[in-house]
Design a protein around this ligand. Structure first.
Ligand SMILES: Cc1ncc(COP(=O)(O)O)c(C=O)c1O
Length: 370
């Protein structure tokens, strides 16, 4: 007899990371696979960041600053907020887990649109919380009226990924303001902006546009995507100082390691260079979207570093056809596949492979008829 986990843990779906290229190669007996499955940055960290990481590595026998004071200060300065409004965590998923630990008790309701980021149900169930979801619109976007109607006095937390993973659609701060106006200020509203740097600036900035008026809002962001530091795990949150102080209590000791802290500061210093890289990803995204439109695809508005193909029942067939040809994407069975914007060569390969597969013509005619 072995010890059994808490029922909430036994019932948990395991988090499914994107499949790696090597794994796909082994499974399909192929070589030269590319991974477009985890919304990673196609480029390694820039030289100044690598140098900062190497420098910090020399001090790895010491614990890091638990509170990551220097990182918080630099983020606050960068965003133009007071440093009491900022905290950091082990990736934004680390911060999301802290938010659930801080605010969601057994039996509390957590509301979010679905399909969205896969950790939300995992964390809700881990806390013994009750999930309440609202469906996406026909455009694969969030329906904020339906969401507002679903929120009640039992709702402790609302979680909104903007842009949404996996559909890529984003919310404007004007829409968010209307939603927040009708939400009880005792309900925490998390705005998960992991892909913030890829969004059209016309959508607004929740930190600038919303935080002053809505002290129940927490914005989470990350260095994983635009800054290319996914492997180091550093994310940050901006909110009212009382919320930040509460969230901080759940940060496990030294969660943001010394290399991650050094890299985050170097990334803020290198923001001009990083902006150039982001611009390249955005121009690649425009190119991929245009090519898909030309090929007859109707896809949701892409505001992050990926595109979403709403394939419905054809999802697994398409996903497998691509993967057998060495293009690894992220499938959501029965719904669609998410494809990360990679380097120009990788994107060309994805487009050519998609074109080459026979199901495409069939699918195109199906969506054209619908
Ligand atoms: C919506 C969303 N939030 C958060 C994250 C996690 O990012 P991090 O690497 O900062 O934990 C992701 C990563 O895929 C995401 O899609």
């Amino acid at each position: 007899m072995l010890p059994s986990p808490r029922p909430a843990v036994s019932l948990l779906p395991a988090y499914r990371p994107g499949k790696g290229a090597a794994q796909a190669e082994a499974e399909h007996g192929i070589t030269n696979a590319i991974k477009l499955a985890s919304n990673e940055n196609p480029d390694p960290p820039i030289d100044a960041i690598l140098a900062a990481i190497a420098h910090a590595a020399a001090g790895a026998h010491r614990y890091a600053d638990h509170r990551a004071t220097a990182v918080r200060e630099r983020i606050a300065e960068w965003l133009g907020v007071e440093r009491e409004h900022v905290t950091v965590g082990a990736g934004s998923v680390g911060l999301l887990q802290q938010l659930f630990l801080t605010y969601v008790d057994h039996g509390d309701e957590v509301v979010y649109p679905w399909r969205s980021f896969e950790v939300y149900p995992v964390y809700t169930r881990l806390m013994g919380g009750v999930e309440l979801t609202t469906p996406l619109t026909a455009a694969h976007a969030f329906d904020l009226d339906a969401l507002a109607a679903a929120v009640s006095e039992r709702t402790r937390m609302v979680v909104l990924a903007t842009p949404n993973n996996p559909t890529g659609t984003a919310l404007r701060t004007t829409e968010l303001r209307k939603f927040l106006d009708v939400i009880d200020p005792r309900t925490v509203v998390v705005i998960d902006e992991a892909y913030r740097e890829f969004v059209d600036p016309a959508f607004g900035d929740p930190v600038r546009d919303l935080l002053v008026d809505f002290p129940n809002v927490v914005v989470t962001r990350t260095f994983s995507k635009a800054h290319g530091l996914a492997g180091l795990r550093v994310g940050y949150a901006i909110a009212h100082p009382e919320l930040i102080a509460a969230i901080d209590k759940t940060l496990f000791p030294f969660a943001v390691n010394a290399l991650a802290q050094a890299a985050a500061i170097a990334a803020i210093d290198a923001r001009a260079e990083i902006a150039v890289r982001v611009a390249t990803i955005l121009s690649e995204r425009s190119r991929v979207v245009a090519a898909l439109h030309d090929a007859g695809w109707r896809i949701p508005d892409a505001q992050a570093n990926f595109v979403y193909l709403p394939l419905g029942a054809a999802t697994d067939d398409v996903y497998l056809a691509l993967e057998r040809r060495g293009v690894v994407t992220r499938p959501f069975t029965g719904e669609g596949i998410r494809v990360t914007i990679g380097s120009a060569t990788e994107n060309d390969r994805f487009l050519a492979t998609l074109h080459e597969t026979s199901w495409q013509a069939e699918h195109r005619s199906r969506i054209a008829q619908s």
